[in-house]
Design a protein around this ligand. Structure first.
Ligand code: HSE
Length: 332
């Protein structure tokens, strides 16, 4: 049995989802020869370290009761640099202004020889190539399946299953909140403000929901795809972005009468990155509803491959994080 030691940095919905998945998948992981041992957890209150392995059930209960798992005054970087472990799971909230604190956490992890698995879009939408180089320079792995599409394995699909193909273009819906809002407005004729509130209650909207409705979150995800798949060196400032705030119930109604839906479509093709509302025929593969995400990948050998699934949520995002952890455990 191979023991893999990890830290979870950020213990909100995603970090706790990772802890819950590790707990519920212990038997499965043991069957595959992997023993995951969490030696540190950090949240905004501080850190909790146990080099013998943290009781995750206890940590989740403590977080619920007191709002923090912190037991000491050591900072996150002390945990990342000073405690012996293999993988840093970076799950702090996205910040698209300077990428912090995620960016500093990831760079510190690489520099101290640790692999990084992350769901944090900000650092990758701003400094992708720098992060990739830092991982390579330190001989460690950098995995970020959870940054785009929640549970949908877009990067695994492209880099592993479609290896050998040249990717010609990608289009898709990469923001569950906008898709939920547009679906509810079209199907139930509900007002924008009310459905946005519903999306927030579902826990899928960003802390600042303008990231969602103004297309910023979609733009970040598109940039991560472009950098990862096409080797671009783009930041989210390179994306031509229009959000959904100006879509009226009348526009949705008119589209509906003509058998169309309005969707916030992300597109990476011919070196151009665009996020904008578009008319999509109701029977088109991109016409997925509710909180679903979809990515349609045009390749030279395999033709078009379309993949759809849950684009947000604690356990769904943890699914992608766990798959990256297992990949590292198997390949390191
Ligand atoms: N706010 C994001 C969305 C969460 O709605 O898709 C997942 O990145």
């Amino acid at each position: 049995m191979k023991t893999v030691r990890l830290s979870i940095i950020g213990f909100g919905a995603v970090g706790q989802g990772v802890a819950r998945s590790i707990l519920s998948k212990q038997e499965y992981l043991h069957k595959h020869g992997i023993n995951l041992c969490v030696v540190g957890i950090a949240d905004s209150g501080g850190c909790y370290v146990d080099t013998q392995g943290i009781d995750l059930k206890n940590a989740i209960a403590t977080k619920k009761q007191t709002g923090t798992v912190a037991t000491g005054s050591d900072g996150v970087l002390d945990l990342i640099n000073g405690i012996d472990h293999d993988i840093v799971v970076e799950a702090t909230p996205t910040n698209i202004n300077d990428g912090e604190p995620g960016l500093g956490n990831m760079l510190a992890a690489f520099e101290s020889g640790k692999h990084v698995v992350t769901s944090n879009k900000g650092p990758l939408a701003l400094r992708f190539s720098e992060l990739k180089e830092a991982a390579e320079d330190n001989g460690v792995m950098f995995r970020y399946e959870a940054t785009v599409g929640g549970a949908v394995p877009i990067f695994n699909l492209i880099h592993e299953a479609l290896a050998g193909n040249t990717i010609i273009g990608i289009e898709g819906i990469l923001n569950g909140t906008c898709n939920y809002i547009l679906t509810r407005m079209a199907e139930e004729r509900m007002p924008y403000e009310l459905v946005l509130k519903e999306a927030q209650e579902l826990g899928i909207a960003e802390t600042d929901p303008t990231y969602d409705v103004e297309g910023i979150d979609s733009a970040c995800k598109l940039v991560i795809i472009a950098n990862s798949v096409f080797g671009d060196n783009a930041t989210y400032h390179d994306v031509d972005v229009t959000g959904i705030t100006k879509i009226t119930p009348e526009a949705l109604e008119l589209a509906n009468e003509n058998n169309y839906l309005i969707k916030l479509i992300c597109e990476a093709t011919d070196g151009k990155l665009t996020v904008a509302p578009r008319l999509v025929p109701k029977r088109h593969p991109l016409a997925v509803g509710g909180t679903l995400n979809v990515a349609s990948i045009q390749t030279d050998l395999a033709g078009r491959i379309t993949i759809s699934g849950k684009g947000a949520g604690s356990i769904e995002t943890a699914s992608s994080i766990l798959s990256d952890i297992v990949f590292i455990a198997r390949n390191s």
